[in-house]
Design a protein around this ligand. Structure first.
Ligand SMILES: Cc1cc2nc3c(=O)[nH]c(=O)nc-3n(C[C@H](O)[C@H](O)[C@H](O)COP(=O)(O)OP(=O)(O)OC[C@H]3O[C@@H](n4cnc5c(N)ncnc54)[C@H](O)[C@@H]3O)c2cc1C
Length: 418
């Protein structure tokens, strides 16, 4: 006998749990299938930033020139481990093709709307009982060390102002004024007041408790390894804890989604983009506002009594190693901007790495597939999964319940690279 529910959500990260929340809100009986522990994937140790300021997609003009210089340097913010892998080369090909002004122009208003909608939903979630996850809207301060970096940051700010977002270029003195407790070595920066941040692990845990209290079945240590289909319908999901059946299945398996899709003969073009974070006990000279160290691409997020440094994007497949070289690159970057913050001298709480689910064009996959009538895919959020979690959950719930989606989903079509 299969366990029965209305909707099965595969993946217990920020995306899967947000889907479960909005589906349960509409009265569906939901079961979440998670192979490890809830929130133990990429949703655990990330920088926790909610970022309308990141409405320029990763695939954008100019990225190729910079990216190619970085790609083969293991200490750069973006590193590609060269290997013979057809999927990787197909991904790179599509990435290069997406680095156009046209793609950027079409993607930016959509990303803006998704981030801002998510931010509103986060405020609603934070108002629910027991949902304390450190949500704070103190903006994001991008800090630049070089004139070239500052020029690029101002150019990006200008693009974002063009779609109605708030972005304030600041001189070096103004950056210093903004964060008087921190001694900066900077030529200037940009302040994005609409951005916010949270503690991602606390969010996932609080949401999981909320869902469990409302009858959502949360199945941990339950790995999906197959599907039964009849015609165009998924009839059973086969797991290490037995079979599960439901009217609808949502695939939200993060960076592992392509492997799951392959079991259904579906091709999801995606690469795991490994990133690292180092969390330390919060020193007295920590910034109050989250920072983005522009040239180094390192995020610095204050969370309660800790401070987190997060960065690097490594296209190395599922390589589980901890690269000391790449951790050292993050550690070196921080005092280059804030000389008093020497990471190695701070009290370490945790080193973490996770795999971002990266699509070639920097936009998630969200929608139904042509092949299966009762399968919805919600993945590929790359470096924006926390920021876009709640709106993704809402859109999935709207799709399944036949409501008009809050935004036009054309650019997010699941089979756009098929
Ligand atoms: C260093 C770093 C910093 C980041 N900073 C930010 C940030 O500031 N803001 C932001 O918005 N985003 C950030 N991100 C990106 C963000 O973390 C991800 O986009 C997001 O966590 C993806 O969520 P997810 O639910 O899709 O994936 P995951 O959290 O990885 O969840 C997928 C889940 O599916 C489960 N699963 C996989 N296969 C199976 C299976 N066969 N059966 C059952 N379960 C399965 C996994 O165990 C996992 O728990 C950052 C990422 C990194 C690495």
């Amino acid at each position: 006998m299969a366990h029965q529910s209305d909707v099965l959500v595969i993946g217990g990260g920020v995306i899967g749990l947000c889907c479960a929340y909005f589906l349960a809100q509409r009265g569906y009986r939901v079961t979440v299938l998670e192979k490890a522990r809830l929130g133990s994937g990429c949703s655990y140790g990330n920088a926790g930033l909610i970022v309308p300021s990141h409405s320029v997609p990763l695939a954008a003009p100019g990225v190729l020139g910079k990216g190619l210089r970085w790609l083969l340097n293991p200490e750069s913010p973006l590193y590609l481990k060269p290997r013979l892998d057809g999927q990787l080369w197909a991904w790179l090909w599509r990435f290069c093709r997406a680095c156009t002004a046209r793609h950027r122009q079409r993607a930016m208003p959509l990303l803006r709307d998704l981030h801002l909608a998510s931010l509103r939903l986060y405020s609603e979630l934070a108002a629910l009982e027991g949902m304390d996850f450190g949500l704070a809207q103190r903006g994001l301060l991008t800090v630049c060390r070089t004139p070239q970096g500052f020029a690029a940051a101002r150019e990006e700010a200008h693009l974002l102002q063009g779609i109605g977002l708030e972005a304030h270029p600041l001189s070096a003195a103004e950056v210093q004024q903004h964060e008087p407790r921190v001694a900066f070595r900077t030529v200037g920066g940009v302040f994005y007041p609409q951005d916010a941040h949270l503690d991602p692990a606390r969010f996932v845990q609080a949401l999981a408790r909320h869902l469990a209290a409302r009858g959502v079945a949360l199945q941990e240590a339950t790995e999906v390894f197959g599907f039964d289909t009849v015609g165009s319908r998924l009839t059973r999901v086969k797991t290490t804890r037995g079979d599960f059946a439901a009217e609808e299945v949502v695939l939200a398996g993060g960076a592992w989604s392509p492997q799951l899709a392959r079991l259904l003969d579906l091709r999801l073009l995606m690469q795991p983009g490994k990133g690292y974070s180092l969390t330390v006990r919060r020193p007295p000279a920590a910034p109050r506002t989250p920072l983005m160290l522009a040239e180094a691409r390192v995020a610095v997020t204050p969370m309660d009594n800790v401070l987190r440094f997060a960065g690097t994007l490594e296209l190395a497949g599922f390589d589980f190693s901890l690269s000391r070289r790449r951790l050292a690159a993050i550690c070196r970057a921080v005092p280059a901007y804030m000389p008093a913050l020497v990471v190695e001298r701070l009290a370490l709480v945790e080193i973490w790495r996770g795999w971002r689910p990266c699509t070639p064009d920097g936009l998630p996959y969200l929608g139904r597939t042509r092949r299966y009538a009762n399968l919805t895919i919600a993945t590929g959020h790359a470096m924006l999964g926390v920021s876009l979690g709640p709106i993704t959950g809402l859109l999935v719930a709207q799709l399944l319940s036949g409501e008009a989606p809050a935004v036009d989903l054309t650019l997010l079509r699941v089979e756009r690279f098929a």
